[in-house]
Design a protein around this ligand. Structure first.
Ligand code: ADP
Ligand code: MG
Length: 292
């Protein structure tokens, strides 16, 4: 197998990062992490753990009090937020905080400013992105008059139109209905196929189990675990320490165990559980027949 060098290049690197808010709150403590090009990673942990503070260091919105953050090998303190935003697009939890134009079309055009594009290119990109996000019909509408789901879509579109190679989402599935979560899931799959790097801050453990291969778990300003999703989220003490609601499948396995049915640790998905249960029923039917 040929490994492209770029695949092993940490596009986000944090070295001994510490951050203290002016209020004196020490929000990040000795953070060390490498996220590689093309990876999909989730940052999880309870409220106040430091997740949002950490992602704000990725595009220079805040500079570490100690240590360094490097994006594509370059320290964030040597670039402006505007320059960093060309590489790192952050979609924040409350989309209203990042929208301020009079119409949806203007919102996208505003975001495309400072990218050295001609007026014609700006118009083409705006049309394309509105079409891709199914927002064309709202072109002249104010961002204030959209539904919650549409506002989130617009916030994502206003970052995507800039085509950054690193995309960071803060709680993207929060308050979204099932259809909107499917839309989001397909969206990130398409971006991964294009080679983008994606970081998602989320409490949604079912989503993480199903779609995200690597979890960085934070508690009290520190990274307390970083590894493959199944092994990080299987350690119940970690999930409990970080107040994560355990996946339904884990709770179901626990209940089975309590009632004397020994399932296996390798069961993590619905399909695996169904296979296990089918075999379990079959074996028990055979046993009952033999006993009779
Ligand atoms: N603007 C701010 N000023 C002062 N303290 C803050 C600010 N934002 C966050 N904090 C504090 O920093 C810590 C980490 O917060 P945050 O990064 O928002 O956590 P999370 O996103 O994991 O919920 C918390 O103790 C929080 O109260
Ligand atoms: Mg947060």
């Amino acid at each position: 197998m040929v490994i492209k060098i770029s695949e092993k290049f940490p596009c986000i690197l944090a070295k001994n990062v510490e951050y203290t808010y002016s209020s004196g709150s020490l929000a990040l403590k000795d953070i060390n992490l490498s996220i590689f090009k093309g990876e999909l990673v989730a940052i999880m942990g309870k409220n106040g753990a430091g997740k949002t503070t950490l992602i704000r260091t990725f595009n220079g919105l805040i500079q570490p009090s100690k240590g360094n953050v490097l994006i594509n090998g370059i320290k964030t303190d040597s670039k402006t937020i505007a320059e960093l935003s060309k590489n790192v697009g952050i979609i924040f939890q409350n989309p209203m905080h990042q929208l301020f134009s009079n119409t949806i079309e203007e919102e996208i055009k505003f975001s495309l400013k400072n990218l050295d594009l001609s007026d014609e290119e700006i118009q083409t990109r705006t049309n394309d992105i509105l079409k891709n996000f199914n927002l064309e019909k709202y072109r002249k509408r104010s961002p204030l008059n959209l539904s919650g789901g549409e506002t989130k879509k617009l916030a994502i579109a206003s970052i995507f139109c800039r085509n950054p190679d690193i995309l960071v989402f803060d709680e993207p599935t929060l308050g979204q209905d099932a259809r909107e979560i499917v839309f989001f899931t397909n969206l990130i799959k398409r971006e991964l196929d294009k080679g983008k790097t994606i970081v998602i801050v989320t409490h949604n453990i079912e989503f993480a189990m199903q779609h995200v291969p690597r979890i960085i778990l934070m508690a009290d300003g520190r990274i307390i675990a970083d590894g493959p999703t199944r092994s990080v989220l299987n350690k119940e003490f970690l999930a409990e320490k970080t107040s994560l609601i355990l996946p339904q499948i884990t709770l179901f396995k626990r209940a089975m165990q309590e009632s004397g049915i020994q399932s296996q640790d390798v069961i993590h998905s619905k399909t695996e559980m169904i296979t296990f249960l089918k075999n379990f029923i079959k074996n028990n039917e055979t046993k009952i027949k033999e006993e009779n």
